[in-house]
Design a protein around this ligand. Sequence first.
Ligand code: NI
Length: 258
Amino acid sequence: MIFETHAHYDDKAFDEDREELLRTMPEEGIGTIVNISSNLESIEKTIALAKKYPFVYAAVGIHPSDSGELTEESFAWMKEQCGHEKVVAVGEIGLDYYWKEPEAAVQKKWFERQLLLAQEMNLPVIIHSREAAKDTLDMMKALHAEKSGGVIHCYSYTKEMAAEFLKLDYFFGIGGVVTFQNAKKLKEAVAYLPMDKIVLETDSPYLAPVPNRGKRNCSKNLVYVAQEIAQIKGISYEEVVETTRRNAMRLYGIEEAR
Ligand code: NI
């Protein structure tokens, strides 16, 4: 079964049919889902989903674009949430220079704190990095991000940059963008990456793959992502699903996953 490593089912885009959609995931071949929080409000919703569904796990963290809302008090609360038994990662955290708010110094401050939090809690990190490759890599090196390990979510840089993140032994989250006609750079990076470093992700409700591009995304669309990776790698669809499932279990330290 497919292991979905990155989705946001707490998003309001799922308010109408969240229950039904999640309930039918296993019968549609989605064995495990990690729901990723991005701000303080979504942490509570994410943990509630993980409590409700045995196959849903949670990641706790604040997205760089929302990092302006963090205070020492809320950071301490967030740390407490990391202790919940179904929390498997700190994320998503990182740097996003596409959006100018909050300023880079604020983003960096909370990226650093959350990287160190993951090390303290013995959890891997989920890194969001957009138009910030150099700063992301420099901070990861300086703060020894290899200690926690983790995944570069929605990988969107070159294969040369991929080589740098590989040195830190990180995984690479590959999603719907790989199916886009114009995603030449990403297809090249996927061809370059070792198969044991790739995990499947949707970033639902965003980034739906072809043939559903532009619509609301959900984990069931991972079939198209796995097919595209199989084609790029010249291996079977089944091998992509099975290898990425085992990679995701290693990434998140989950021993049993359907
Ligand atoms: Ni995300």
